[in-house]
Design a protein around this ligand. Structure first.
Ligand code: SAH
Length: 197
């Protein structure tokens, strides 16, 4: 991948989002470094560059991005970025404490079009389907069919796929006849875990 984030809407959303408020106070001074940081429960807030890259893949050359689903809310940073680009964002988290914290934080910060839900995101969220965009913020070994089925024709999905430590970041734009896939980048996300805790 040559390059950076060129989509102005994505850059503006990143610029406007106070990342220091999504991490623990002790880490706030590092919040604007381009690195992943711990958010508790063995999870991390994603690296801003990767957040930008994934968001850009979903909205680039799309005039009206519509409705997005995120799997793995974590601290809610990625959802906050998406909320500035999409009409509606549904984000699913399986760890109750992270779910509660990011639900409250996105409310406090005024991201009114973000709905944070507690559940197993590997099942997607059928009630809100179909989606224009689906983003996985944790890596499954294999892309769940359930998620693909919740994507509109013409809708886009971006997800890290593979085992712990090294995954392919894949991009799919659903066609009438299937799910053509390309690899955007190599990345390192936490793995998905089935069920809730
Ligand atoms: N989106 C976050 C990064 C999240 S880290 C950000 O903005 O920085 C990945 C998150 O995915 C963790 O919080 C983890 O608990 C969650 N996760 C893992 N498997 C999941 C599943 N099956 N359903 C929902 N969330 C899941």
């Amino acid at each position: 991948m040559d390059s950076g984030i060129g989509d102005l809407r994505v850059l503006e959303a990143i610029r406007r989002t106070p990342r220091h408020l999504f991490v623990d106070e002790a880490l706030a001074s590092r919040a604007y470094e381009d690195v992943a940081l711990p958010i508790g429960h063995g999870q991390t807030i994603s690296q801003p560059f990767i957040v930008g890259l994934m968001t850009q893949a979903l909205v680039e050359n799309v005039e009206h991005p519509g409705k997005a689903l995120e799997i793995g809310t974590g601290c809610g940073y990625q959802a906050a970025i998406l909320s500035q680009l999409f009409d509606q964002v549904t984000s699913v988290e399986r760890i109750k404490e992270l779910y509660k914290r990011s639900r409250d934080l996105s409310f406090t910060l005024g991201y009114r079009n973000v709905q944070v839900l507690y559940g197993d995101g590997l099942q997607g969220w059928k009630e809100g389907a179909l989606y224009d965009a689906i983003l996985m913020a944790a890596a499954p070994e294999k892309l769940p069919d359930t998620l693909l089925e919740q994507l509109k024709i013409g809708g886009r999905l971006v997800a890290p796929i593979g085992g712990r430590g090294f995954q392919r970041l894949i991009f799919i734009e659903r066609q009438e006849g299937g799910y053509p896939q390309k690899v955007i980048e190599h990345v390192n996300f936490v793995p998905t875990v089935a069920g809730t805790e």
